[in-house]
Design a protein around this ligand. Structure first.
Ligand code: AHG
Ligand code: MN
Ligand code: MN
Ligand code: MN
Length: 339
């Protein structure tokens, strides 16, 4: 009887981070420790989400956040888990969270050199239906000599040191990218409690006939946005098939599918929300970094490169179009036509 081949060449996130650290001679190990803390927060958030229905953690917390969203119980719990992970790492000087009105400064973390932005649960309106949600994060390095101020986080995405997101779906996925690097995807092995590298060097297909947008808002769209999406519906691709519409309503899940399959995800600014809905620091910029590093593009509603948008306030919003390189080129063409 032949023994089944077991794969022993497993790259865990822990190993991956250690190997990255070795590649960077100047690295102190602080960034690696910060990532270990992030990793722990992802595992615990995934754990609570999976148990939510069993332990009465569904539904609303009864409060609202700064951007006007009603908070779910799990928004609040995940935010607390994330904050505690960042505080106890000792490496995070300050944190911006969707669920916190102001920047949190970790004064006790004396030598901390990093500033983190996070959306503890993205897609929380989907939670009680068991639809995929996730966590989005962006990491900046403090300016030389800075003790940690708001300016250390109010920076464009081009300055991000690392960014990524998780998706708690049929399995928990983690996508992470570092400045100038590739995009790598990990899958949480529940039994081992480890994120395993399953999607090395993720690259978006150059084009794909899938669009992802909340069409319920089309009533409020500007003409160029309307015309662009109408053009997709009237078009057929090479194989004679029309575009497919796919919209989950969790940016992390729509983004994860788009990364793997290609296509376009958009949340345009519109007449009702002239500045867009999604927030720059912990939604748009980290996703834009992932998409660009995977060979795609990400633009705001002015057709400006998303990564170059500088937020004035920590919860500032933006319109966003992101996806396969060629699909974004089409969006640009439509905006030029009407300019
Ligand atoms: P969050 O749950 O973090 O507040 O984010 C919600 C976002 C994002 O996940 C999603 O893409 C979008 O809101 C969905 O908005 P609509 O329900 O307006 O389509
Ligand atoms: Mn919210
Ligand atoms: Mn979100
Ligand atoms: Mn959220």
């Amino acid at each position: 009887e032949e023994m089944e081949k077991v794969n022993t060449h497993i790259v865990t996130l822990t190993r991956f981070l250690t190997e990255e650290q070795v590649k960077h001679k100047e690295a102190t190990g602080d960034f690696t420790l910060l990532c270990h803390a992030l990793q722990f927060s992802f595992k615990s958030i995934a754990y609570y989400i999976r148990r939510a229905t069993l332990v009465n953690l569904t539904g609303l917390a009864g409060s609202s956040n700064t951007t006007g969203d009603e908070q779910k119980k799990l928004d609040v719990i995940s935010n607390d888990l994330f904050i505690e992970a960042m505080r106890s790492s000792g490496k995070c000087a300050l944190l911006v969270s969707e669920e916190e009105e102001d920047v949190i400064f970790f004064k006790d973390s004396k030598n901390a050199r990093y500033a983190v932005a996070c959306d503890p649960i993205d897609g929380s309106s989907n939670l009680d239906a068991g639809v995929s949600v996730g966590t989005i994060f962006g990491i900046h390095k403090l300016a030389e000599g800075s003790m940690g101020t708001k300016e250390d986080i109010l920076k464009p995405g081009t300055e991000l040191l690392a960014a990524g997101f998780t998706m708690y779906g049929a399995s928990a996925q983690l996508v992470i990218t570092m400045k100038g690097g590739s995009v790598n995807g990990f899958t949480l092995d529940q039994a081992l409690g480890e994120f395993i590298l399953t999607h090395p060097d993720m690259r978006l297909p150059k084009k794909r006939a899938i669009y992802s947008v909340n069409e319920g808002n089309s009533l409020y769209w500007e003409d160029n946005v309307k015309n662009y999406f109408n053009s997709l519906k009237e078009a057929t691709t090479e194989n004679g098939k029309p575009y497919s519409a796919r919209y989950i309503g969790s940016m992390v899940a729509d983004a994860y599918r788009t990364l793997l399959y290609g296509g376009i995800f958009a949340y345009p600014a519109d007449k009702k929300s002239p500045k867009g809905k999604l927030r720059i620091l912990y939604e748009c910029a980290p996703m834009a970094m992932v998409f660009e590093n995977a060979g795609g593009q990400a633009l705001d509603s002015h057709m400006k490169r998303m990564l170059e948008v500088v937020p004035e306030h920590i919860h500032d919003r933006s319109g966003i179009f992101m996806g396969s390189y060629d699909e974004i080129e089409k969006v640009k063409a439509f905006h030029k036509l009407s300019a």
